[in-house]
Design a protein around this ligand. Structure first.
Ligand SMILES: [Fe+2]
Length: 387
């Protein structure tokens, strides 16, 4: 490997059981006095966001709750969040939720920092200087959004995923907040961890730093995800999955993703399918895709993380098949539904073909740009590989 790359990632992170308990002091130390609590209604109802709200209030801060965040971070929800922040003259943002909630908060940060009214004006600008700072508190182990610079937004007009840039200024990663996440969501978000890690290794921007985080994220996920699904309050499994998610977020921030994420960010997003589930479906075929367009070396690194023995006689195709077989078996063990079981046909999936070129991960995938026939072949393989 002969690469020159810049390493300066991403935001300071406080990690561990109980890490979110100091939110009041942390927000105060960052100069917050009027806080926008950006979250989801369900997390208010379950008492998770309300706990954070209480801690902020106990520290003497005023809190303004914006609980309108929903999956896929629609641009109109981001715009409304910025208007809400402005109306209430907030001076800091605390995001409590999954990836879409943290992404919504990032978008609010961009709009306020730029002085505008809609995130649609800022999809392709460099990260603005932060006029308002953001503390991210993830409540799922999957997206790693607290550690990735991009905010994945669904544009209301085009339906496309756009990825403007705004890093959180501090992340509090507290596994306790994931104890109430149901098994199906734990599985899907955990498989998103695997996708971030395996796609980081196998895309064009792979580098040695990303490799360290990605391989450990894969190892931890394969060891602990099943337990986290089956025993929701298993302290060790939840801690290890929260750590794996954070590591994979770093790998993704450093290297990006590949065509598996393109499938999720087009087909799954079009159909409001959870992001992690879309990534899980697309990952085994992403490995065999890499055998066609990427390198044997990257697949061998990925296989090593999965604990797969690779011999000199194994070509890229053979290695990819071994990884894909393990992934499919693992998804079966976790009782992940297939695309077909979810009610979609191959024809439905193929409708995403023309959207691939607009997705941010697509350009990172080896072999791109692809012809429509090549994209269709990948989508077909995705549909057929996990039944
Ligand atoms: Fe993802």
């Amino acid at each position: 490997m002969n690469q020159v790359y810049y390493w300066n990632r991403v935001c300071p992170t406080k990690f561990g059981t109980g890490a979110s308990e100091t939110i009041g002091d942390d927000a105060k130390a960052m100069g917050f006095s009027r806080v926008m609590l950006c979250t989801e209604q369900a997390l208010m109802d379950f008492g998770i966001a309300t706990k954070v709200q209480e801690r902020l209030k106990d520290a003497g801060l005023e809190v303004f709750v914006y609980a309108a965040c929903v999956p896929d971070a629609p641009s109109e929800v981001c715009d409304a969040g910025a208007a809400f922040a402005r109306e209430n003259n907030v001076d800091g943002i605390v995001a409590v939720g999954g990836g879409s909630t943290m992404d919504t908060a990032k978008a609010v940060g961009i709009i306020l920092s730029m002085g505008g009214t809609t995130i649609a004006d800022y999809y392709h600008i460099p990260e603005p200087e932060h006029k308002i700072r953001l503390i991210a508190i993830p409540t799922t182990s999957g997206t790693g959004s607290e550690n990735s610079p991009g905010a994945v937004i669904r544009d209301a007009e085009t339906g496309r995923k756009e990825i403007p840039v705004y890093k959180a200024n501090l992340a509090l990663v507290d596994p306790v907040l994931t104890y109430t996440v149901p098994a199906s969501v734990t599985a899907a978000t955990g498989l998103d961890v695997l996708a971030h890690a395996a796609e980081a290794i196998t895309n064009r921007n792979f580098n040695a730093y990303g490799n360290i985080f990605a391989k450990e994220a894969i190892r931890l996920t394969m060891k602990y995800l099943k337990t986290a699904c089956e025993k929701p309050d298993d302290v060790e499994a939840r801690e290890k999955m929260a750590f794996a998610s954070n590591l994979a977020g770093l790998a993704m921030a450093e290297c990006g993703c590949s065509i598996g994420h393109t499938f999720s960010q087009t087909f799954a997003a079009m159909n409001h399918i959870p992001h992690g589930l879309g990534c899980a479906w697309a990952l085994p075929s992403c490995m065999t895709y890499t055998a066609r367009y990427g390198t044997r070396e990257d697949l061998a690194e990925t296989a090593d993380a999965f604990g797969i023995t690779v011999s000199d006689a194994d070509d890229a195709e053979a290695i990819a098949k071994k990884i894909a077989d393990i992934l499919v078996a693992f998804m079966k063990e976790l009782k992940v539904v297939s695309i077909k079981e979810k009610g979609y046909t191959l024809e439905d999936c193929l409708k995403a073909t023309e959207l691939f070129q607009y997705d941010a991960a697509y350009a990172n995938a080896p072999g791109t740009p692809l012809s429509d026939d090549e994209i269709r072949a990948y989508i077909r393989e995705t549909y057929e590989m996990y039944q």
